[in-house]
Design a protein around this ligand. Structure first.
Ligand SMILES: Cc1cc2nc3c(=O)[nH]c(=O)nc-3n(C[C@H](O)[C@H](O)[C@H](O)COP(=O)(O)OP(=O)(O)OC[C@H]3O[C@@H](n4cnc5c(N)ncnc54)[C@H](O)[C@@H]3O)c2cc1C
Length: 419
């Protein structure tokens, strides 16, 4: 192992694509990095996608390279299931307290899904956007990194605990594992805490939670994924039927003074990508995209023009005022067509709401003195050696996020060498 360039470490908070990029870029030029992720796996929101634009490749293609770079680099220490509890000290010389939450699966003995077969205790499958359940002992998703099982201790019944205790090898599960505290030093901090989807239930007129066949764009990613709850079949949640007529509702809660006032910048591309999922998987299905403005910027515009050439895809410039459910689970959309000025009332089998991205730090604060705007995006901190990257800073897509991760690594290194 080559000697680190500095004894001073960089703390990266958030193990999505922004944080992973920052970690590997800093470590590969010789700096020590501590990468902290609150979930049991790295990859953030990108690993929940079916495919990602612009190339429409599955998340595996970009993620595997990053996982390998992390695995191979002894300068990176990864803490999953971990939160930052306290940061004290001064810029350039922070003392950080981490809380590592229990996985219960010790890692001393290999465990796989077969260990969970006999269990009846289940938990909501958050990875699949709440569609379906997993066993209480589960692998978060097939390409999870680290590729380890996790036990949801609260979901485990006493009967199942006894079954597991009797069936798994000694030392494989520690049912009494406690949170651990880790204290470390960091000279610079990268905040890469990303985003959560806007709560579609708040946009009451659009029927999410009331109409069974109204789903979100996040759910659509999981429905289209081979590893998702329907093994990649696009079906209506209400009755499992294949939809013949799918509507996408753009700006569902975005650019709206009652909800998110900003544009998330990715939802138009996300819906167009998802329109392609529908057309590829259900060649006879028709797609309508209701939009206020279509915003595929730069080279993404080609994607839009490609879709315009598909006779089964229709773009309607108009705001959806209301969605109601009719008999048989059909959905009636009341829309005002802003080009013709006419009111449209049309029925669809499935509606996908294009909800935007809310910064994680809008609701979950870090123990840092971090300037944030009214929406929760980070807007400063550089003077204290704190650098934000990715959607923690503003709503952006993966390509720009990767560049920001690299830029944050460089800024952190400059801060360390100059302080
Ligand atoms: C429906 C939809 C589809 C999309 N499709 C595409 C696409 O096809 N192509 C594309 O380029 N972009 C797409 N995007 C955008 C893409 O998801 C983002 O650009 C990307 O997720 C940004 O990565 P990030 O690392 O900044 O954030 P995230 O992916 O959110 O990662 C942040 C990580 O930080 C962790 N974290 C949060 N808070 C803490 C904390 N306090 N402590 C420790 N860890 C924490 C989270 O658990 C997460 O792992 C899409 C967005 C949406 C809404």
């Amino acid at each position: 192992m080559s000697k680190p360039k500095s004894d001073k470490a960089i703390l990266v908070i958030g193990g999505g694509i922004a944080g992973m990029t920052a970690a590997v870029e800093a470590a590969e030029v010789g700096y020590k990095v501590v990468l902290v992720e609150k979930e049991p796996f790295l990859g953030g929101r990108v690993v929940r996608m079916n495919q990602y634009f612009p190339k429409l490749c599955p998340p595996t293609c970009g993620m595997e390279i990053n996982y390998r770079r992390i695995r191979q680099n002894p300068l990176i220490s990864v803490y999953t299931l971990t939160e930052v509890r306290q940061v004290s000290g001064s810029p350039g010389d922070y003392t950080v307290t981490l809380q590592v939450n229990p996985r219960y699966v010790t890692g001393k003995v290999d465990l796989d899904e077969s260990a969970a077969e006999a269990l009846t205790s289940q938990r909501v499958d958050a990875f699949n956007a709440g569609m379906g359940k997993t066993k209480a002992l589960y692998r978060p998703h097939p390409m999870a990194f680290p590729s380890k099982m996790v036990l949801d201790r609260k979901a485990l019944s006493e009967d199942d605990k006894a079954k597991l205790a009797a069936s798994v090898p000694d030392g494989a599960i520690d049912f009494d594992m406690q949170p651990q505290t880790v204290e470390l030093k960091a000279a610079a901090i990268i905040v890469a805490t990303g985003w959560a989807p806007y709560d579609a239930g708040k946009v009451e007129n659009l029927g999410f939670g009331k109409c069974k066949n109204v789903i979100t764009n996040i759910m659509m990613e999981r429905l289209a994924s081979e590893a998702g709850p329907t093994a990649g079949k696009i079906q209506r949640p209400g009755d499992g039927k294949e939809p013949a007529n799918v509507a996408f509702v753009q700006c569902a809660g975005s650019r709206d003074e009652n909800h998110l006032q900003y544009c998330s910048g990715v939802c138009c591309m996300a819906s167009m990508k998802q329109a392609r999922y529908v057309r590829e998987k259900l060649p006879e299905a028709k797609v309508t995209i209701f939009y206020i403005d279509i915003r595929p910027t730069g080279r993404h515009e080609d994607f839009y023009y490609e879709l315009l050439g598909d006779e089964k895809i229709r773009f309607v410039k108009g705001k959806v005022a209301k969605i109601t459910e009719a008999d048989g689970g059909a959905l009636k959309l009341d829309v005002e067509d802003s080009v013709t000025g006419t009111k449209i009332g049309e029925a669809f089998d499935l509606v996908v709401l294009a909800t935007g991205m809310v910064p994680s730090l809008a609701t979950e604060k870090l123990p840092l003195d971090l300037p944030q705007d009214d929406y929760g995006f980070v807007v400063g901190g550089e003077d204290k050696g704190i650098f934000a990257a990715g959607v923690a800073r503003h709503p952006i897509e993966v390509t720009r996020t990767v560049k920001e991760g690299t830029a944050a690594a460089l800024k952190a290194i400059q801060y360390i060498t100059q302080s």
